[in-house]
Design a protein around this ligand. Structure first.
Ligand code: NAP
Ligand code: F7E
Length: 385
């Protein structure tokens, strides 16, 4: 077992929670940076905290911090003396970055510099390795298909541009100060704990809501965009592998398959036996129920499909969700990661959609049941503060 100490920024996010579990299983002591929030934001890592009701994991610790606060970052890196820092924190929503471009640049771009500079200032360049959460959004208006480590970047959003700075400052610190600093250029990765406003989770939650009669229609933006979707569990393993190499380097992590938003929605509804037809074009396109497989519906949802009917419009387009500049096609070539890290994805998109839809149906039923019984549904950690 390892006796290493890891510091994860973005611990409350999708990847932070999976990576924490992965490293704890390998024997690491894990420190997470958590932002103060006026409402609960620890649901993904509640099981790790010790409190009056559970032991938690004794190797898991956290501190309050923010990527925009350099003195806080320096203080905690000095105290924790981590062997590995995984910088996963970011304002990670591409569309929101058009509304908050300056903050996104500060947190996602300069935030990375603050971490690298803290390691350098504290004299830890020989000890502390840094992983930077780079992204396929760097490829933006793609210059090659598929995209590899050699593909030129062309970001298409304030998020992508901020991450471009973070990518290059990581490379620069590696070259200038001989640091172990690497970029994981990760394509989209999802899971049952994916943020609810990313398109995959938005769709799987809507499938659950619509099946149980709690939502009539799902509003989406560009259905033509295509993404290379993997599973977050596979992708955090790639982060860990990059940090175990003798030499720091940058790696594309992707499945090599691409799927449109329309097709993802079609498959997610098919999980519960609801078969969709798409009719119309552009902003007038609609997803309509063409057929219902009652046996499958009852098997998955656990009740008769009374809430839905053939001919029902369940997807509509709302141009609000369009982006000023879109990334239309992403498909990655992860052969370098396969050859050097020995990494290949274990999960298929089909299995992941099943897992996400099942999870959202279970979650909805559980919360609905609890609320009907008079319980307030909330997270654990805030109880002790
Ligand atoms: P996520 O679920 O949105 O989590 C982001 C995390 O960053 C959350 O813990 C969030 O805290 C925290 N955070 C945001 N702003 C912060 C700030 N100023 N200071 C400190 N913490 C802050 O994102 P994810 O999907 O896990 O992605 C992890 C990282 O990989 C991100 O950097 C993302 O940009 C990048 N990435 C993601 C994908 C993907 O498909 N998931 C692909 C490529 C790259 P709160 O919980 O308080 O909001
Ligand atoms: O959008 C389209 C949208 O928000 C995917 C982040 O993790 O992955 C993520 O960024 C596509 C886009 O993810 C809706 O226009 C249609 O083309 O799920 P998303 P993203 O923008 O690809 C990258 C790799 C990251 O690094 C980011 O941090 O889906 N789309 N209709 C929609 N998207 C959303 N969110 N909501 C819609 O209603």
């Amino acid at each position: 077992m390892s006796e290493k100490v890891a510091l994860i920024t973005g611990i409350t996010g999708q990847d932070g929670s999976y990576l924490a579990e992965h490293l704890l299983q390998k024997g690491y002591t894990v420190w997470g940076m958590k932002r103060r929030s006026s409402s609960f934001n620890t649901s993904r890592i509640d099981a790790l905290f010790a409190n009056d009701r559970q032991e938690g994991n004794p190797h898991f610790h956290y501190f309050y911090g923010d990527l925009t606060d350099a003195s806080n970052i320096i203080r905690y890196i000095q105290e924790i003396q981590p062997d590995e820092i995984y910088n996963l924190a970011a304002m990670s929503h591409v569309k929101v970055s058009f509304d908050t471009p300056e903050y996104t640049g500060n947190a996602d771009g300069l935030g990375t510099l603050r971490i690298l500079e803290a390691v350098r200032m504290l004299g830890l360049t020989g000890k502390t390795k840094v992983y930077q959460a780079s992204t396929s959004e760097l490829f933006g208006l793609v210059q090659q298909v598929p995209q590899s480590e050699k593909t030129p970047f062309y970001p298409r959003s304030p998020y992508g541009v901020a991450k471009l700075y973070a990518y290059w400052i990581t490379v620069n610190y590696r070259e200038a100060y001989d640091m172990f600093a690497c970029n994981g250029i990760l394509f989209n990765h999802e899971s049952p704990v994916r943020g609810e406003t990313f398109v995959t989770r938005k769709i799987t939650r809507a499938v659950a809501n619509i099946s149980l009669g709690m939502q009539k229609v799902l509003s989406l933006g560009n259905l033509d965009a295509k993404r290379d979707w993997g599973h977050a569990k596979d992708f955090v393993e790639a982060m860990y592998l990059m940090m175990q190499q003798d030499q720091p380097d940058d790696y594309v992590i992707a499945t090599g398959k691409t799927t449109s938003i329309r097709e993802f929605a079609r498959r997610a509804f098919a999980e519960v036996g609801v078969h969709l037809d798409f009719v119309g074009n552009g902003a007038n396109e609609k997803g309509v129920i063409a057929a219902i497989d009652r046996n499958r519906f009852e098997g998955m949802v656990g009740m008769r499909p009374d809430a839905i009917y053939t001919g029902q419009e369940v997807i509509q387009i709302d141009p609000f969700y369009y982006r000023p500049t879109e990334v239309s096609l992403l498909i990655g070539d992860a052969s370098k990661a396969r050859d050097i890290l020995g990494w290949t994805p274990k999960h298929t998109l089909e299995d992941m959609i099943t897992e996400m839809v099942e999870n959202d149906i279970d979650l909805l039923k559980r919360n609905h049941h609890l609320m009907k019984s008079g319980f307030v549904v909330h997270n654990e950690l805030e109880d002790i503060f």
